[in-house]
Design a protein around this ligand. Structure first.
Ligand SMILES: Nc1nc2c(c(=O)[nH]1)N=C([C@H](O)[C@H](O)COP(=O)(O)OP(=O)(O)OP(=O)(O)O)CN2
Ligand code: ZN
Length: 128
């Protein structure tokens, strides 16, 4: 039986955006306190019983999110060609974190991006 250990850490950032092509108020400049949940999966534990130190996951997430924090997302190079929806932000953050985190022993599993207390997007990838 394969063991799945899924570790999740949370962090926040503040950023403004406007949704291009949206019919409604979200086409206007507005901001959110975004909440991010980063989940990493591993199948084995190291000699001290961890998949990876939560602190390492958090540090990678902070490094990636630092580029977006207190910014206008539409000005970011990635979001000049991609609408900064919660879906596209989740996809972008997943890819950036996978580049930094994926190793033999663990890899990115899922990201969740909350726009507010009510609305969130969950993004993950499968190869089947
Ligand atoms: N699928 C998506 N739908 C919407 C997105 C998105 O990224 N993906 N984004 C928005 C806007 O960014 C908007 O800011 C959403 O916030 P808000 O209007 O506060 O959303 P609520 O529906 O929770 O607000 P109510 O006050 O309950 O209307 C819109 N849609
Ligand atoms: Zn918004």
């Amino acid at each position: 039986m394969k063991k799945n250990f899924i570790l999740t850490t949370q962090l926040d950032f503040a950023a403004a955006h406007r949704l291009i092509g949206y019919e409604g108020d979200c086409a206007k400049l507005h901001g959110h306190n975004w909440k991010i949940e980063v989940s990493v999966i591993g199948h084995t534990l190291n000699d001290i019983g961890m998949v990876i130190d939560f602190k390492q996951v958090k540090q990678h997430a902070k490094d990636v999110v630092a580029e977006l924090d207190h910014s206008y997302l539409n000005d970011h190079p990635h979001f000049q060609r991609t609408n900064p929806t919660a879906e596209n932000i989740a996809h972008y953050l997943y890819n950036e974190l996978a580049k930094r985190l994926d190793q033999d022993a663990f890899k990115m599993h899922q990201i969740r991006v909350w726009e507010n207390d009510r609305n969130y997007v969950t993004y993950s990838e499968t190869d089947h």
